[in-house]
Design a protein around this ligand. Structure first.
Ligand code: DX5
Ligand code: ZN
Length: 215
């Protein structure tokens, strides 16, 4: 079942609640929330107070992508603000196995994101402990970048690994440069959760934009 997760990084921050309601009304499955700390990535976005203030705008899943160092220090605040699921970067976690279990102990599904250069093998000993793997299809930090097509074999290899492990239930999410052109490629490779920022929020017809990602 394909899920579309518009990234509010590309929304108009002056009316964020309204933008989230618009994504909901346009057929989004999850709302993707990019938290950036200007250390792990060269950009700063927003944190728990902003997430909490827009929480009443929708009942859709708040899918929080933590592009931060020491992401575990943010877990309690993110949980209180209304995050429904948390994804951390493997590159930001010295003790990834522990961090993934900390998310699950909060009762939330745990995701692990990989930067484009990071090999799948870093996940070999945590694949049984995660609910979602996020394959970054751009270098994280900014919206509106071009899709890196070299990530397609990585997605395909990951889907094969999960099938071989008997874990076809693990979500494969992709994030960065997703449009109606790239969506069919990542879906064919095995992704089932598509994040799209500028493609959805930059469109004058968000309903059609989201529908076009479903193919
Ligand atoms: C990038 C973020 C993405 C970003 C995607 O660091 O993780 O979620 O908003 O933006 P687009 O869809 O415009 O590439
Ligand atoms: Zn993201």
């Amino acid at each position: 079942m394909l899920k579309i997760a518009p990234s509010i990084l590309a929304a108009d921050f002056a009316k964020l609640g309204e933008e989230i309601r618009s994504a909901d009304a346009s057929g989004a499955d999850w709302i993707h929330i990019d938290v950036m700390d200007n250390h792990f990535v060269p950009n700063l976005s927003f944190g728990a107070p902003v997430i909490q203030s827009v929480r009443p705008a929708t009942r859709l899943t708040f899918d929080v992508h933590l592009m931060t160092e020491k992401p575990e220090t943010l877990f309690p605040a993110m949980m209180d603000a209304g995050a429904d699921r948390l994804t951390v970067h493997a590159e930001a976690c010295t003790h990834l196995h522990r961090t993934v279990h900390q998310i699950r102990e909060l009762g939330l599904p745990a995701g692990v994101a990989l930067n484009p250069h990071t090999p799948l093998s870093v996940l070999d000993y945590v694949l049984g402990d995660v609910d979602l793997i996020l394959i970054m299809t751009v270098n994280p930090g900014f919206g509106g970048q071009s899709f890196i097509s070299g990530m397609l074999p990585k997605i395909r290899e990951l889907r094969g690994k999960l099938n071989a492990l008997g874990r076809p239930d693990v979500d494969i999410q992709v994030d960065g440069g997703i449009t109606d052109q790239t969506a069919p490629l990542v879906v064919e490779a095995g992704a089932n959760v598509l994040v799209a920022g500028s493609y959805v929020f930059g469109s004058s017809d968000r309903r059609s934009a989201i529908a076009s990602l479903r193919g």
